[in-house]
Structure formats: C-alpha cells, structure tokens
Write a protein of this length. Structure first.
Length: 221
C-alpha cells in the first residue's frame, strides 16, 4: 500500500512539474493542458460562443508546442459534426471537409501549410526525364497556409459537385461550374492566374517538354 502511495505521489509530482494547468475530461482524459512555458500541449477542446450573428462551435484536436497538429473535428453547438480539418505547424494542410447539420458534404478545400519557422518553403516538382525524381522549387514563406489543390463545392441535397476550383500555391488555375469551365477575362481575373515567379522560371526552363506533374501533398480521411 505504501509503495502504491509513493508511486501515486511521484506521478502527481511529474504531472504538476510538466504542466501549469489542465482539466480532466468526462472520459478521464487529460485535456486543455498548458506547459510551464505557456504552450498548449496534447488534446484540447475549444469552445467559441455565438457572436455578431456568427454561429458558435466547438473543436477538438491536438496541440504540439502551441500549434494545432493533425486531424481536428468541428461541431456546432448542437453537437453535429460540421468540419474535418488537417493541420501542420498550426496551419491548415491537405484536405479539409465541411458538412451541413444533416451530415451532407458541402465543401472540400485543399491547403498547404507553410512552416512559420522558415523564411522559405519548398515545392517538389517531378523531373520530366526521370520519373519519380523530384526537383525542389524554393518559395517565399509568408508563414501561413495557402490554397493548394482542388476546392470542390457540393449540392448537399444531391451530393453532386456544382463547382470546382484548382489552386497552385494560392493562385487560381481554373474554375469549373458543373461540367463547363467558367472563364473570366477581366484584368483582375488574369492577374489572379499568375503563378509564383519560381514556378514560372521552372516551366520556362522546361518549355517544349512533356507536361510536368506537381505533387500537392493533399491527404484524405
């Protein structure tokens, strides 16, 4: 009995020394832990109240050194699952999905996280002459997530895709409404299609060769 008491005291002391605050969830889980440096760690549940006609919500997932990491789930205040998001370095990364309260898919988004600890990030582009070999393109890092990959909008009543957009490093490449591509010839739309300089330089260097493929890092559930 005395040995068990000493083990309990040791575990309690270690938990206290590694964390400033935490709560115990209904399942006995340690939640909303803040370490001695003031950084969020481990499993968290965030509650956001309704404000200025914006609906409130709750989200649950994992923090690593104060940054969201991995899969996060979003619920409305009635408890309905309305979102699945992926994070890396605290930024959205890969596939994110959003649902209406009935559970029907409304929208899918593609994101690429940028490492906030680096001044530049990289994009891997496949070598045209050597399959499964990639070249690294350096991209200026703004420290935030950028749109990358396909964005799909669904009719929740039928499940059909009503609009698709494709982004490359935040730049809109094309937009399709139903089965027909929509084209905008305005100066603003033309400007939005301009690719990053690093990507333009790479494509110019390889002009005339067969089409390259870009790996976008998108993941699914």
């Amino acid at each position: 009995m005395r040995l068990l008491f000493l083990i309990f005291c040791l575990v309690s002391f270690q938990a206290f020394s590694q964390s400033n605050t935490y709560i115990i969830g209904v399942k006995g889980d340690t939640l909303n832990r803040v370490d001695k440096k003031g950084l969020k760690q481990g499993k968290w549940v965030n509650h956001v109240d309704e404000i200025r006609e914006e609906p409130g919500y709750e989200e649950e997932g994992v923090y690593v050194d104060g940054r969201k990491e991995g899969g996060w789930r979003i619920y409305n205040l009635s408890g309905d699952l309305i979102g699945l998001e992926n994070y890396r370095w605290g930024n959205k990364d890969g596939l994110c999905q959003y649902f209406n309260p009935s559970g029907a898919l409304v929208r899918e988004e593609g994101w690429r996280a940028m490492n906030p600890d680096k001044q530049y990030d990289t994009l891997e582009i496949e070598d045209i002459d050597h399959l499964d070999t990639y070249h690294t393109v350096i991209v200026k890092n703004e420290g935030v997530a950028i749109k990358h990959g396909q964005w799909k909008y669904y009719d929740p009543s039928t499940g059909f895709i009503v609009r698709t957009q494709t982004y490359t490093l935040g730049k809109l490449e094309n937009a399709k409404s139903g089965s027909s591509a929509s084209k905008d010839t305005s100066a603003t739309a033309t400007k939005s299609l301009v690719k990053p300089k690093e990507v333009q330089d790479y494509e110019k260097k390889n002009a005339g060769k067969k089409k390259i493929r870009v790996r976008d890092g998108t993941v699914g559930y």
